[in-house]
Ligand binder design. Structure first.
Ligand code: URA
Length: 239
């Protein structure tokens, strides 16, 4: 026999967030039950009803997995490559079907999240979401005060101006410098293009942080499961 449960309870069990947060999402009109906009107080049949949040189907029966990989250079961030290049999936040995959240270029190293939680992945990648990502960038070229100010203010790229970045100069040695750059957008090759726009060539690019997650203690090429605290922090990342 199937059972009727409160909608926010079903959503919370599917990993959308706390019950309070789920209630707010229902009230914001983002939830549909069998294609009809849900209201607070609705109950659902967990076996028969189709619940979507922002158009994404809830799959409560799938155990959610969250892995943090310290990606080495030389691997592309796709599930499969038709041209035989190495993919990050070759580094992951798990039975579930997981997928990377967002992309790192082949030669970018560092923090990559993999999951089977489509809802979380969608939220974290949504441009309006703005989860912060921090990169340590080794550059060649002279970074002028004007270049630094431009990075901080926003640089003009083909598709528009980037949002202001947080920038710290960690090291300067002649024509080389090491920068720490924090951005919350996810434009293609964004950091490399921002650096190019101020006359810097990127020699090495490492992502060290994404929202509440960092690489501490994780060797390059290795991965680990997120712990409960990290998962909760990710789920609670504000929209
Ligand atoms: N910015 C880039 O240019 N490349 C990445 O891989 C990530 C951010």
């Amino acid at each position: 026999m199937s059972s009727q449960e409160r909608l926010q309870k079903v959503m919370a069990a599917a990993g959308i967030g706390s019950r309070r947060k789920c209630e707010a999402i229902i009230e914001a009109g983002r939830v549909k039950v069998n294609g009809v906009r849900a209201t607070l107080g609705d109950r659902v049949d967990t076996e028969r009803d189709q619940v979507t949040v922002d158009g994404i189907l809830l799959e409560p029966e799938v155990e959610k997995r969250y892995l943090l990989l310290n990606k080495p250079a030389g691997y592309i961030t796709t599930l499969k490559d038709t041209r035989g290049r190495r993919t990050v999936m070759e580094l992951i040995h798990e039975k579930e079907r997981l997928f990377p959240v967002g992309r790192l270029d082949r030669d970018t190293r560092g923090l990559l999240l993999l999951t089977n939680d489509g809802y979380l992945a969608h939220r974290l990648m949504h441009p309006s979401h703005g989860i912060e990502k921090t990169y340590v960038v080794k550059t060649v070229g002279a970074l002028s005060p004007r270049g630094l100010a431009m990075l901080r203010k926003g640089v003009s790229l083909e598709e528009g101006t980037t949002a202001p970045a947080k920038v710290r100069v960690l090291e300067r040695k002649g024509e080389r410098c090491v920068l720490e750059l924090t951005i919350h957008e996810g434009k293609k090759r964004q950091v490399r293009r921002m650096c190019a726009a101020v006359g810097l060539e990127v020699e090495d690019l490492l992502r060290t942080r994404m929202g509440p997650l960092n690489l501490r203690g994780l060797e390059e090429g290795r991965y680990r499961a997120l712990d409960a605290v990290e998962i909760n922090r990710l789920l609670e990342v504000e929209e």
